[in-house]
Design a binder for this molecule. Sequence first.
Ligand code: 13P
Length: 298
Amino acid sequence: MPIVKMQRILDHALRNRYAVGYFEAWDLYSLEAALEAAEEARAPAILGFGAAVTNGAWYDRNGVEAMSALAVTLAQRAEVPTAVLFNEAQTYAQAVRGLAGGCNAVMLDSSHLPAEEHERATRDLVQVAHALGAAVEAELGHLANAGDPSHVAAPTDPAEAVRFVATTGIDALAVAIGNVHIMTTGEADVDLDLLERIHTAVPLPLVIHGGTGFPRRAIPTAVRLGAAKFNVGTVLKQEFLAGVKAAAGDAAGTQAGIHALMGSRDAPDVMLQGKLRMQDKILELMELYGSIGRAAAF
Ligand code: 13P
């Protein structure tokens, strides 16, 4: 199946009241985990990688192009409708390089900038992206970050959101409704009334970042109130690492050789075991988001 537009996936999710998980990857094993989970579940996929928690110099050297090429290659051969997202690009230049590398969706991490700068950068990016047939997601308001107190939460204002969407032309709006980035334990205290007011004001698919700490019991209501995409990162790395550690521990008392343990892509491969753990978590989350089986509609 060819790569599909993120917009098509999100519009379908919004219309049919389910959400698609964006399960953030950081290397080939984790990209495969995200895609193979979607294939197993017959769910549409938004495959991608993000720049918020990775060394910026690594991305700037050739990481953007390398990760784009991996994601695009997998997406082109996917058995389910798949879009390719470069999430939370740290600079405008990085975002444009992601688009040049074949990502058909991009988000610039600029919501912490002064409002005018954020709006200008977003509007410019929309022009470039739309000329290439790509989509732009942007955040209005700002999420707290459980690992970095310098990120101060600023809830999305519905009236401002209406104006921001109209002036920038974005395709999906990431909202701050009490959701918190990078929670390693516990759940955030989210304001679903605010989500409802944003959804009533803005017809676009809404995006929830901080999927790890988003309260499970609030997911069905959030989906009913326009959340069409959940971004999930932290819990996937926790699961991946647990899988790697367990596999390395199991191998310690055996004769398994180094080539079996590292890079073999056979059962003893510790990274493969990490990938499988991540995949299980993704399947569990897809069930909550309601995206299982939805690929059939495309
Ligand atoms: P978590 O790591 O909190 O799940 O958030 C991921 C995210 O929002 C990526 O955009």
